[in-house]
Design a protein around this ligand. Sequence first.
Ligand SMILES: [Zn+2]
Length: 473
Amino acid sequence: MDGGQGFRDFKAFNMTLVGKNWWRMHRNPDLLLSRVYQSVYFPRGDLWNARKGGRPNYAWSSLWKTRWLFDEESVWRVGNGKTIRVSDNRWLPQGSPLVYREEEASTLGVVHVSNLMLPGRMCWNADLIRHIFWPPTAEGILKIPLPMVPRDDVMAWPHTINGEYTSKSGYVVARNKVLHGTSSSSLALQVPPVVWKVLWSTHTLPRCRELIWRGCLKILPTRGALCSRGLDVDDLCPWCAVQPKTAAHEIFFCPVVKRWWFASSLGLRLDDEMEFHEFVAEFFSRADEGCISRFCELCYIFWEARNRLVFDGVVHDGVVVFASCLACQPTSKCFSCPSSSGAASFGFIARNENGEVLAAATKPAMACLSPLLAEAEAFRWNMGLALELGFRVVMMERDCKALHDAWFKKDKGCSYLFSVISDCNDLASSFASFGFYFVRRTGNKVVDLLAKHAGDFGDSVRRRSPLLHAVCP
Ligand SMILES: [Zn+2]
């Protein structure tokens, strides 16, 4: 604990304990506690519409004080999307800012999240979403797993696997907020929305736009950022070998790079170091469209030069960097965004009791919110296939321990993981007998191989096809 257990820790600790009661009331509106408060403070409506009241009693006041933690942190988990308003509620995955064409959306009648689904189906309307939302946000939305059957939307706590609030996770978040005024999930909110709007409408290459987006969200792999995440690299700036004060140092404020900015057609004079998003917001508010698109290109070129130095040891002098500015076609692939799509491929193989293969299937690149969710979605897909193939007695083997644990957990949560697992539960009841077994990764080699080749085989189920001979000789 930095600074010891001081007053701030105590304040955070206290709040997180009281927070447990707020969460209990949210999750169990029928509790006596909830009903007593409801009758006084929110007779019509739910906890989230409650008022503090003119003369609140002591217990309600202290409950009220924890409310901001949930207001700022908890996130809607989409079930049927009918209660979630696209623009007013927190429902987007972490790191996806709410940037969209508002007029277009209202013309198309998009008010609730349910309007973004295909009518009558539990399926995202991908064309509509990509048309309305800023591309990174659209891809984030498409990763949200929808349940197979409509379920209620639920407010979930994003800092635990099962989506339920715990005082331990609450303490970490509250303490960070009290100490630093921020939490990791609120970064997207610190950036003024106008920045995203300008960035979206600027004529520039997508890779330049993505670079700035990542810079603003502090997810650029600068050395300082890697160190703060515990990676064993030195945190000195590759250009000037001084410890940078901000994440923006390597692209803007390093004395080496500053010279280039000044010499560029923008003639920028950069003095005080500030945060990446602050500087971008400042620049966007003053510059015209042409300058902004030039600015985006230059950021990319300087970042690329930095990467060539870090990874290939190539030291640019200003002349070379500017030659590439003029040609303006950076070709190096040094800056590969760590697959922002988060795509996963699925494999499936069914054998009978004698070990003979009955069927196999692959599903190429599905974008998922996390590796664990990808496992859960693969699990659900596998069960659907087994049902489709008419199997009655199923023993499912998977090599993901966390999924196995979640499946057997008695207290279900309200995260997306448990939404997918609920679907699996429903599917399991359709079999005469269903078992879920954890096997080591080596026991699951064939499925791994299938998943790897999913791109070659496409999205189909095959019984005794050439595919099977390829993977199970
Ligand atoms: Zn430097």
